[in-house]
Ligand binder design. Structure first.
Ligand code: GDP
Length: 444
């Protein structure tokens, strides 16, 4: 999970101060020392750390904490607010030009995820805002880049503009924008070339493209796994191109957090989106406050709810509730339900969004849990349609067949059947209890 080390350390630190009825300067000193170490270890830029610690210290020994009835809590609030400020405000909007098309230029080093993110952004614009983007392939140095964008275009059923590798990228960008105008495309997203390191030729070319097409947005795509190095890259690109925002990729990996926590402070440009996987829908608006909350173990209930709303079918949920009430819930429903939860993303990410998740550190074994879910799925999938509807059909030979099909021992099949029956029984009891209550109310 991203930021895991940082989250662990900060949570341990704030835990110590949390319940204190009185917070002394010594307490604050100790806390900020630990916070400082935690941030440095997460590869946050040292200047950024210094500033951050200074601000927290000043506020933590100030009036707002000392006058508070719950100073411990107040200190944590300060840490959270400063952590949020460090990552900037909520900025995930994309400019809309009053003279369409809106032009977005994607820049960044090779391998940062620029081409993938171009596709993700196009997908997002269509899905969330119902906009039609044209993708422009202006990376002529890496022939595979053009193919990659064309493949993405096919996957997304979106048009891709390219002129091969023999034409100057500045001309490609200009022609791409012209074509978008003719076709009344509302957005143009230009995928530019990347290099392994920042170099002057590349920067000159990007500056020329910028002059030629006057983009409404220049998004710098940054690999969050590169930590503090990302800061130098961002500084360079920003100096040369005056970027409008940053998109952090690979936040699904075990990044320590350095890039996310340093970039805004150093460039004063917001992190607008975060890439959270290789698939085209794995991009999220970056919400600093939610991220700070997650890092401090206070959960991110808002994101969790949003994910549920996006992935759980409401009609199905209602049907399911009915079935649960009448205890006519079957293994098919069970499978369906598991699928919907799965769509929300890896389990440990979901757990990470729950408040106090750090206290459930038995949860470290979550990978095993994910495996167990795979096993349960395999067992249900090995049942016939009839068996799923009516588990009472189950006898020894059926169980043996199912176990073989799923590649699991019979004991596991037995356990699942038993759990399922118990769950149904429990639902029945709950429904009866509720109906009992309603009945009483009705009479009274
Ligand atoms: P470019 O050279 O900057 O255009 O980079 P690409 O778009 O080709 O991406 C480089 C690699 O990073 C590819 O394997 C992508 O699938 C992968 N990638 C991009 N974004 C993400 C992300 O948010 N999460 C993960 N896990 N992989 C990503």
């Amino acid at each position: 999970m991203a930021f895991e080390g940082l989250a662990d350390r900060l949570q341990n630190t704030i835990q110590k101060i949390k319940g204190k009825g009185k917070v002394t300067e010594q307490d604050v000193k100790e806390m900020t020392r630990e916070v400082r170490l935690a941030l440095l270890e997460a590869d946050v830029n040292f200047k950024v750390v210094k500033d951050f610690v200074k601000k927290v210290k000043e506020r933590a020994v100030g009036q707002e904490v000392m006058d508070s009835l719950t100073p411990g809590q107040q200190v944590i609030k300060v840490v959270k607010e400063e952590l949020t400020a460090l990552m900037g405000g909520d900025q995930s909007k994309i400019a809309v030009s009053d003279r369409p098309p809106t032009v977005i230029m994607m820049v960044g080093l090779q391998g940062a995820g620029k081409t993938t993110t171009t596709g993700k952004l196009a997908n997002l614009l269509r899905k969330k805002h119902n906009r039609k983007p044209l993708l422009v392939a202006a990376d002529i140095y890496r022939p595979a880049a053009i193919n990659q964008l064309e493949t993405l275009g096919k996957q997304l059923s979106m048009p891709v503009f390219s002129m091969g590798t023999e034409v100057n990228p500045v001309d490609i960008a200009k022609k791409g924008v012209e074509q978008a105008k003719e076709n009344h495309d509302e957005y143009v997203i230009i995928d530019t070339a990347g290099r392994l390191h920042v170099d002057t030729d590349l920067m000159d070319e990007l500056a020329q493209i910028k002059d030629a097409v006057k983009p409404d947005e220049i998004f710098l795509v940054v690999d969050s796994m590169t930590g503090q190095d990302a800061v130098n890259v961002a500084e360079n690109f920003n100096d040369q191109l005056d970027i409008s925002g940053v998109i952090l990729t690979k936040l699904d990996g075990d990044t320590r957090g350095g890039a996310a926590l340093s970039i805004k402070a150093v460039t004063d440009k917001p992190i607008k989106f975060a890439g959270t996987g290789e698939k085209l829908d794995e991009i999220e608006a970056f919400h600093p406050e939610r991220m700070a909350s997650r890092i401090l173990g206070m959960g991110d209930v808002l994101s969790l709810i949003e994910k549920a709303q996006e992935n759980v079918d409401e009609k199905k949920a209602k049907e399911l509730e009915q079935k649960m009430r009448s205890a006519s819930f079957t293994f098919d429903d069970f499978l369906d339900q598991m699928g919907q939860v799965r769509n929300m993303g890896p389990l440990d990410d979901l757990i990470g969004m729950m408040p106090g998740a750090n206290k459930m550190k038995g949860m470290k074994n979550l990978e095993i849990d994910e495996k167990q879910i795979n096993h349960v799925e395999a067992i249900i999938q090995s049942m016939t349609a009839k068996e799923r509807q009516d588990p009472s059909l189950m006898n020894a030979s059926r169980k043996k067949r199912i176990a073989k099909g799923a590649g699991r021992p019979v004991s596991e099949v037995n356990r699942l059947l038993k759990q399922f029956e118990e769950m149904k029984k429990m639902m029945k009891q709950m429904t009866n209890m509720q109906q009992g209550k309603k009945g009483k109310k009705g009479k009274g």
